[in-house]
Design a protein around this ligand. Structure first.
Ligand code: HEM
Ligand SMILES: *[C@@H]1O[C@H](CO)[C@@H](O)[C@H](O)[C@H]1NC(C)=O
Ligand SMILES: *[C@@H]1O[C@H](CO)[C@@H](O)[C@H](O)[C@H]1NC(C)=O
Ligand SMILES: *[C@@H]1O[C@H](CO)[C@@H](O)[C@H](O)[C@H]1NC(C)=O
Length: 419
């Protein structure tokens, strides 16, 4: 399908209501050139390496000691995944504590762990208010709490606070500078930083939850992925050892995982359900693949919901509600890109990132974040559901349209170091 080509005023209204951020006339929320520079190519590599360091800090900081005890830790799977992926991504984008003020690196890392935990805790509160806030139906108590949280984030992400951090990503740093050069007041830029936090951290954590859950429900998939990561690790000449340095999962290693790539794509097919809305700038006729035509008037607003239209279309993806880790693999084990509907090849066979001008600029980084987290889980941990007969939860339908879905309930699991 065809969509017109300008950011809609609807989304600007939404951004104002939900984040308190007012854009300038005609300002795109996102600058394409900058996203190109920092979220692709070399910039992407730098961010991916930073992400790795922070994942190691959050997941492996007590590896040496806990490994000896080999005890299981119980947690909610959704909370566990969202927590780690959110915090590591936040540190990679917004910078980490400098060892200069803390005295040494270990202390700086400990402070990063504590501060990012507090931030995540507040973020989850906001997250839960978000659907009703977006629909404009929060009762007064909820609105008050939402505003308190907004103010918390404007402050926590403010440029004043950020100045004390090291290694702020080029993406965030340049976004800040561009707005400043445009003459936007600092208070508005602080709000903009919250918009970016939301866009960058709200989806990857929940996606990683689903992927781990699907793996725990599917031993064959789990085995295939373990085999792949073990092979990549061996191929790099490394092994996990409790007293040595953590595994250095490099960018190159991440590029050699077709099975994991397929599992990620399959997960997003099942749980990424954005609604893509555009305003119609001129009268036009929309031609559908099946031959139907729709006349659309200038001023109309049009939405596409690829989840129903594509992701779970049984003609494109047979048995669409089942997780098949190898759905996006060819028999030769490479990436599969040909999907058909009534004999015709389908150009868009999944659209978790949207499309066109506002297509998610963070998609490559998000994919890497997911892969890094899953890789470390598989290499370092044993993990299993507390209840082996656990059913896969329903999705929380209040979030239809807002990116990756959340489950309608938590799932208990336990994990321990493998070595
Ligand atoms: C699994 C994780 C993610 C999913 C499923 C996802 C999905 C999406 C979708 C569907 C859109 C809207 C596209 C449209 O309206 O056409 C979007 C926009 C956006 N995403 Fe992501 N995203 C993810 C992760 C990230 C990450 C990690 C970043 C940043 C590092 C990011 C940054 C953004 C930004 C800044 C926008 C707004 C673009 C604009 O309005 O021009 N996203 N994302
Ligand atoms: C902060 O992040 C950078 C870049 O990822 C990393 O090189 C550095 O070791 C980190 N510092 C601390 C104290 O974690
Ligand atoms: C992180 O920041 C410190 C201090 O500014 C710098 O020395 C170091 O090279 C940076 N590390 C990376 C990976 O950019
Ligand atoms: C990880 O490997 C990369 C590429 O081989 C190398 O540049 C980097 O210094 C290594 N990092 C550590 C912490 O060993």
């Amino acid at each position: 399908f065809l969509i017109s080509h300008v950011k809609m005023s609807f989304s600007e209204q939404l951004v104002t209501r939900v984040f308190g951020y007012k854009s300038n006339n005609n300002e795109r929320i996102i600058n394409d050139a900058l996203s190109q520079k920092h979220l692709k190519g070399h910039g992407l590599q730098i961010m991916t390496e930073a992400m790795m360091g922070h994942l190691q800090n959050l997941m492996l900081h007590d590896f040496g000691s806990a490994a000896k005890q080999k005890t299981w830790t119980e947690d909610g799977l959704f909370n566990y995944c969202y927590n780690i992926v959110f915090r590591a991504g936040y540190l990679a984008l917004y910078g980490n504590t400098t060892s200069k003020t803390e005295g040494n690196e270990e202390k700086a890392k400990a402070k990063d762990r504590i501060e990012s935990e507090a931030l995540f805790h507040e973020f989850r509160k906001y997250d839960q208010l978000f659907p009703n806030l977006a629909y404009g139906v929060l009762p007064p108590g909820g609105r008050k709490e939402a505003f308190r949280l907004m103010r918390y984030f404007w402050d926590a992400l403010s440029i004043t606070k950020m100045r004390s951090k090291d290694n702020i990503s080029g993406w965030i740093w340049n976004m800040y500078n561009i707005r400043r050069e445009e003459g936007r007041p600092e208070s508005m830029i602080d709000r903009y930083m919250f918009v970016l936090l939301w866009a960058s951290q709200g989806n990857t954590g929940p996606s990683s939850f689903w992927l781990l859950l699907y793996l725990m429900k599917d031993p064959v998939a789990m085995e295939a992925l373990r085999k792949e990561v073990d092979m990549v690790l061996k191929g790099s000449g490394q092994e996990v050892c409790p007293d040595g340095p953590p595994v250095n999962l490099t960018y190159e290693m991440l590029m050699k995982t077709p099975v994991l790539d397929s599992a990620v794509e399959e997960t997003l097919r099942l749980v990424a359900a954005p609604i893509l809305t555009r305003s119609v700038l001129q009268d036009m006729t929309l031609k559908m693949a099946d031959g139907r035509e729709f006349f659309i008037r200038k001023g109309d607003r049009m939405s596409v919901f690829p989840y129903v239209a594509i992701h779970v279309d049984p003609e494109i993806h047979p048995d669409p509600y089942t997780f098949k880790y190898d759905r996006f693999l060819t028999p030769e084990g490479t990436k599969k890109t040909d999907f058909y509907k009534r004999g015709k090849r389908v150009k868009y066979y999944t659209m978790p990132w949207g499309s066109g001008v506002s297509m998610c600029p963070g998609r490559f980084f998000a994919t890497n974040e997911l892969k890094q987290f899953i890789f470390l889980m598989l290499v370092y941990f044993d993990f299993e559901l507390i209840n082996p007969d656990e059913k896969i939860p329903q999705i929380d339908y209040r979030r239809w349209g807002f990116g990756t879905m959340h489950p309608d309930r938590e799932v208990k699991f336990r994990y321990k170091f493998r070595y």
